[in-house]
Design a protein around this ligand. Structure first.
Ligand code: 4AD
Ligand code: MG
Length: 456
């Protein structure tokens, strides 16, 4: 169907010309002689007004119901009020009617209500804006890595190993519910892969293998975690960006992470100005200013031990008390990044017992060369570390954690054949999206969120 994207009309260059536009009716004012339809085709956050003069326009009779899909042909003119444009329609065609039981009749619905209709909520301004920011952000991430010489690799989604060692793997099986096996071994031997398999929680381990040949790689794909945490920050399926860099130590990878975050925020500020202005007005006052400040600021680097001291001296009553050795909870992370520094903070050198097995052990024997990037309002958006390349140390940690070393044979081989210092991180796409949009719940930055007990 020949038509033009609504977005292309707003710069006014086509004023005076005949245009054909398509879209869904967002608002309708209908009077005796005239009708005014605002339509949106998804190419822009702004709607286009279609003016119907009932003595001139043909085909308009059934084209006023909210949510209907229509096509309008007419002349693009300067808007009668304001400085925009509108279409004086000569003809309107109904493409798809929308009966009154359309679940989005109201001007504003609550986010909770919209979560019950994920197939339709995409047609709201909020989801229109969120999806465009998500798309622009994703493209900017690719651009950053491509411009800086990284190779995009696709790591497997089905995997036999648990990268984070946290036992949060969704199982992949072709067994039926009533299959029986006498032993665990028999159960897995008879399954599709002849061994235990699951959905990846992270592409890191395979990413490391690629980096040991290609130097600088990144992954960008879905990861899965069967975490039973019903929070506004956790999804069972989320997208992760995982660069892995050979010959990089912790300081080097921290620099890369900071540069990436600034690059992508800057891209969103310039390419999604309308969307960010919308979120600023509706969801987080001062959002634009906050993002500008992040691009210009220098992120704080803070040692975990120092962070614990700050928290203990804060005089705040935390739900989870703080002691050296404890994992930082969201309340602690937010205190540090919101109340103390009011900017992104890299917390470094965490106690080794609360972090993943693959992290490089520091000479103190107690901490690892790892960092989390914390941001105000959210907490952790990046998990990062230099990797342990000393086989003995690695095996010792894996045994301490009762991991089956033989399942990581290929990973261990990297330490044997031409090992080198290397580092990487994982950025959660949805977490950074929450940060740049000001939206408060991970369920609202995904098209179809998957969370515990909820699969629509
Ligand atoms: O800190 P995590 O667990 O680190 C890793 O997976 C490493 N293998 C990354 C690496 O070094 N290559 O997860 C990385 C990021 C977190 O900082 C967070 O932004 C996001 O992934 N994340 C989640 N996002 C949404 N829902 C969840 N359940 C998440 N779990 C982690
Ligand atoms: Mg983490």
């Amino acid at each position: 169907m020949k038509h033009i994207d609504i977005k292309k009309l707003f710069d006014g260059s086509l004023v005076g010309q005949k245009v054909t536009v398509c879209g869904w009716i967002r608002t309708c004012r209908d009077s005796k002689n005239m009708a005014f339809l605002e339509i949106n085709d998804g190419t822009s956050l702004k709607h286009l007004q279609v003016v119907i003069d009932k003595s001139v326009t043909t085909g308009y009779e059934n084209c006023t119901a909210l949510g209907s899909a229509i096509k309008a042909e007419g002349t693009l003119v300067k808007a009668v009020s304001g400085n925009g444009v509108e279409v004086n329609a000569s003809n309107v065609t109904l493409l798809g009617d929308c009966p009154p039981d359309y679940p989005m009749q109201k001007k504003r619905h609550t986010m909770e209500y919209l979560r019950t209709i994920p197939h339709l909520r995409v047609r709201t301004n909020t989801f229109n804006a969120m999806l465009r920011v998500r798309s622009v952000l994703s493209y900017a991430i690719h651009r950053y890595f491509q411009e800086n010489g990284y190779v995009y690799v696709h790591t497997p989604i089905i995997t036999g190993s648990d990268c984070e060692g946290a036992g949060e793997i969704f199982r992949v099986t072709t067994h039926n519910w009533n299959d029986t096996a006498k032993t665990q071994k028999e159960y897995y031997d008879n399954d599709f892969f002849g061994q235990k398999a699951g959905l990846t929680v992270s592409g890191q381990l395979e990413g490391e293998m690629a980096a040991m040949a290609m130097g600088k790689i990144y992954t960008f794909g879905p990861t899965f975690r069967a975490e039973n945490s019903n929070t506004t920050r956790h999804a069972a399926e989320f997208w992760q960006i995982e660069p892995e860099v050979a010959f990089a130590e912790l300081d080097d990878i921290i620099e890369i992470a900071e540069e990436l975050i600034k690059y992508i925020i800057n891209a969103v500020l310039t390419e999604c100005a309308d969307e960010i202005a919308f979120f600023d007005e509706r969801f987080e006052k001062g959002l634009t200013e906050k993002l500008r400040r992040v691009v210009e600021s220098e992120f704080k680097v803070l040692d975990y031990t120092e962070a614990v001291e700050i928290l203990k001296k804060s005089g705040k009553e935390f739900v989870y008390p703080v002691e050296w050795g404890c994992d930082l909870q969201t309340e602690h992370e937010r205190y540090i990044t919101e109340e103390v520094f009011n900017k992104p903070v890299f917390v470094t050198n965490y106690p080794k017992d609360i972090k993943s097995f693959y992290m490089k052990q520091n000479p103190d024997g107690k901490t690892v060369a790892a960092t989390d990037l914390l941001v105000p309002g959210i907490g952790e958006i990046i998990g990062c570390s230099e990797r342990e390349v000393d086989t003995e140390k690695l095996i010792a940690v894996m045994e301490e954690r009762h991991m089956t070393v033989s399942e990581y044979e290929n990973y261990m081989a990297l330490r044997k054949f031409g090992a080198c210092p290397h580092s990487g991180f994982g950025l959660g796409l949805e977490r950074i999206l929450l940060y740049v949009t000001g939206l408060g719940n991970i369920r609202d930055v995904q098209l179809f969120p998957r969370t515990v007990g909820d699969l629509k």
